[in-house]
Ligand binder design. Structure first.
Ligand SMILES: [Zn+2]
Length: 273
């Protein structure tokens, strides 16, 4: 098929476009003061932490409201996999949604004062802001934010938010995606009355609010594994959120989701088993 592959949209705040009601937006939190810039995160949590929990979605899920369509519906996560031919390559494409089912927001921001350029690549240290039951949030170093200069992006991504693997019938990993960089935002509302703290991603503040999911649909750049040289057959597609486990979470139990599928390259077809 002649897939028109999109890149992640860059939008103005949806508050003004009428997609968001003002009541949907949580008030701005007070800026954090006296934040201790932690050393390398070892995944430690404290009692006062309001932690997120990242759950990779699988199957057809009811979405109450999707930012792209400004309405709800039933959408496929991983199970909408399809085979496409693009520029001489054969790709397995699929949608990946990562929900925050935890008590606290999944928030990440870059330190713009410490931006570096290496070989034309702009990057900066990334910190997770862990909100507390009281007082300011604490910040935990979680890796890098990278700037994507592609005209369709032109914004900062948090590097290493998800990873995709494809295993063959014998359990051998045949493909591993690059660590997927995400510009985190509240895209799919999964729970009633969940407030969107992150209607769009910003370099210093991006994230996924409790009750929301950030979804990258199958037609977006990067939502694929290359199967050009793999034979047709039965495979297991795996999507892993927080693959480096640098992000502090309540639990890593829901990070991983897999689907079994039958790929028929000649017919350009994939069947979910
Ligand atoms: Zn982007």
């Amino acid at each position: 098929m002649n897939a028109q592959i999109r890149s992640r949209r860059v939008e103005e705040p949806t508050l003004h476009s009428g997609k968001f009601k003002k009541s949907d937006l949580a008030p701005e939190r007070a800026p954090a003061r006296d934040i201790m810039r932690g050393a390398e995160n070892k995944g430690e949590a404290t009692m006062a932490d309001l932690l997120p929990r990242l759950e990779t979605l699988k199957g057809r899920k009811r979405v109450l409201w999707r930012r792209e369509t400004a309405r709800g519906g039933s959408f496929g996560f991983l199970v909408d996999a399809q085979v496409t031919k693009e520029e001489g390559r054969i790709l397995l494409r699929f949608s990946n949604g990562i929900a925050n089912t935890g008590r606290g927001p999944m928030e990440v921001g870059g330190d713009t004062n410490r931006e570096t350029r290496r070989g034309g690549k702009r990057s900066m240290p990334a910190y997770q802001r862990v909100y507390q039951t009281e007082g300011p949030p604490r910040e935990v170093f979680v890796g890098r934010m990278v700037f994507d200069p592609d005209p369709d992006h032109r914004h900062w991504h948090y590097a290493g938010f998800a990873e995709y693997n494809l295993y063959d019938a014998s359990g051998t990993r045949r493909r591993r995606s690059r660590k997927q960089a995400f510009c985190l935002e509240d895209f799919d509302r999964m729970k009633k009355r969940a407030r969107a703290e992150y209607p769009r991603c910003r370099p210093t503040k991006m994230g996924v609010s409790p009750g929301w999911a950030d979804t990258y649909t199958w037609d977006l750049h990067g939502q694929q594994v290359d199967i050009t040289t793999l034979p047709s057959g039965t495979y297991r597609l795996e999507s892993v959120a927080n693959p480096t486990r640098r992000l502090v979470e309540q639990s890593h139990a829901g990070n991983r989701a897999t689907v079994r599928l039958q790929i028929d390259k000649a017919a350009g077809r994939v069947t979910i088993l």
